[in-house]
Design a protein around this ligand. Structure first.
Ligand code: HEC
Ligand code: HEC
Ligand code: HEC
Length: 435
């Protein structure tokens, strides 16, 4: 495949193609096309576009890498920078050293400390070869955009970027990924992708009081055990058989990352963009490596359980049939949810997720389930995957009490066993979302 095609292909499928990018690439002094194409692939694996592209507005499409996406943090909105090679508005004047330092150390030229909304604590592990390829791509494969990104203005004391020096010193372990000789090449490739470029822990690892991720690899007990960002809970990815990936097959994890559908789970919330922008483009070998690494993580932070043969599984069918007064959620489920998720909780393959045994349904933190019910959602658009389906919003149909009832039912039906929700769990999330 000619490099210019690959580069064009490597830009966001949903954004209009800018031909100057490929022209720029062909004229790219010295940087060879294979290196640039590899950089484009790695930029996808790291989802640079996901943060550095503003959401499209009516009449103003989000220009890839031109920055401007406002990211909600507990301290205020942080705007991602313009990282196109424009010399004034973007990073066109960056040397390779400047680029590697910004990505690995979180320090931009002139000594400006970057907020860790830029996942440099993960990118610090990126290997030199990959860093070179990324640099070649950003300098020669991306079209320059002369519009500056909006300035980030956080309230005092968070406006004091120099204070991030201490934060960095306290929490970040700098250094490249070190292969673990006790494991094979596939496992190491997976660990590398998850820990460095993929920065999966930015969402899936719980954060501490200073917003630091509580660990950047599996030597930390909290690593990938589940975290909340922007009111979405990213579930436990360790081997926990309840709310983790313990019961999910490797192939289903790969399929989930490629198509947004795997093992009956369907991507929702902030994971939709990860699949759309990033993981759907990874090679089969890289997806298999990621799945291998995740499946090797020992069960931690156990929550919830699933036993399809349990007596409660039988009782579910009974209460759905008889409209059990003890379980008001059963009636609500029958009325509002069974059409898609079915009475047996098995959903419909490649359309609607199963809720029976679905780890996201059994998660310790039910915030995402409430958010999904309130806002509704839609499965991802992918190149090779099934066509997207919508989950309707129930904000105007169900009261907080009813939402708590139906979700408590779902979390304890068909052999599912997880904490029920209180009305306060629902109203708390709705208050935070202002919906
Ligand atoms: C999770 C979101 C996120 C991802 C993924 C991400 N960035 Fe960033 N990046 C940011 C934010 C936010 C800033 C601005 C931080 C600040 O103002 O302190 C930033 C800043 C930068 C800067 C500093 C620019 C400057 O001079 O202000 C560079 C360079 C950069 N990112 C490159 C990249 C590259 C290359 C990738 C992919 C390998 C990437 N980023 C992935 C969020 C992200
Ligand atoms: C922007 C935040 C974010 C990032 C980054 C992210 N995830 Fe997720 N992920 C989520 C959320 C939220 C969910 C829950 C919704 C769902 O199941 O789709 C999720 C769900 C998942 C699931 C399904 C687990 C389950 O129990 O339902 C897998 C597997 C997964 N992510 C893997 C990954 C991998 C691998 C990476 C890194 C390459 C990654 N995620 C990066 C937010 C994120
Ligand atoms: C019109 C079909 C439809 C109806 C009705 C519906 N859902 Fe969904 N549901 C979906 C789709 C599609 C998704 C995937 C959403 C996404 O990807 O954002 C989903 C996802 C979910 C999930 C997350 C599981 C996962 O793996 O994605 C839960 C939990 C859920 N629905 C619960 C409910 C409940 C409870 C009701 C009734 C109050 C309901 N749904 C009604 C279509 C539906």
């Amino acid at each position: 495949m000619p490099a210019s095609v690959m580069i064009r292909d490597a830009r966001s499928a949903s954004t209009p193609t800018d031909t100057t990018a490929s022209k720029h690439a062909e004229g790219g002094a010295g940087a060879d096309a294979t290196l640039i194409a590899r950089g484009a692939y790695l930029a996808r694996a790291a989802d640079c576009a996901g943060c550095h592209t503003a959401a499209p507005q009516p009449g103003r499409p989000g220009v890839p890498f031109a920055g401007g996406l406002g990211m909600a943090s507990p301290f205020g909105t942080i705007y991602a920078s313009n990282i196109t090679p424009d010399p004034a508005a973007g990073i066109g004047r960056y040397s390779y050293g400047d680029f590697a330092r910004a990505l690995r150390d979180g320090v931009a030229p002139g000594g400006k400390r970057l907020y860790p909304a830029m996942p440099y604590p993960s990118f610090t592990k990126i290997e030199d070869d990959d860093m070179q390829a990324l640099y070649a791509y950003f300098m020669h494969g991306v079209a320059p955009v002369a519009t500056p990104a909006p300035q980030t203005r956080l309230p005092f004391p968070f406006s004091q970027r120099w204070a991030l020096t201490f934060w960095d010193w306290m929490f970040v372990q700098h250094g490249r990924y070190e292969p673990d000789r006790r494991h094979d090449a596939q496992w190491n490739r997976g660990a590398y992708l998850v820990q460095s470029l993929g920065h999966c822990g930015a969402c899936h690892t719980p954060r501490g009081p200073a917003y630091e991720e509580r660990g950047y690899d599996h030597s930390a007990r909290a690593y990938l055990t589940g975290g909340t960002n922007d009111h979405w809970f990213a579930p436990n990815l360790t081997g926990d058989p309840g709310a983790g990936l313990g019961r999910i097959r490797s192939d289903d994890i790969s399929a989930f990352l490629r198509y947004g559908h795997g093992g009956g789970m369907v991507t929702f919330g902030s994971m939709v963009q990860v699949v759309e922008d990033s993981t759907q483009y990874l090679t089969d070998a890289d997806l298999a490596a990621i799945a291998t690494y995740l499946k090797s993580l020992p069960p931690r932070a156990g929550n919830g359980g699933f036993d399809a043969g349990a007596r409660t599984a039988y009782l579910t069918q009974l209460s759905l049939r008889t409209g059990d007064v003890e379980r008001p959620g059963a009636g609500l489920y029958q009325q509002y949810c069974a059409r898609c998720h079915r009475a047996d909780g098995m959903g419909m393959p490649l359309k609607y997720p199963r809720l029976a045994g679905n780890p996201a349904v059994l998660s310790a933190d039910s915030g995402s389930l409430v958010r999904l019910l309130v806002e509704g959602g839609g499965s991802p658009h992918t190149i090779d995957g099934p066509s997207p389906k919508k989950m309707p919003s129930f904000a105007g149909k169900l009261t907080d009490v009813e939402m708590a009832q139906v979700l408590s039912f779902v979390r304890n039906a068909w052999g599912n066993a997880a904490e029920p929700l209180s009305v306060r769990d629902v109203s708390g999330v709705r208050a935070q979302l202002h919906k």
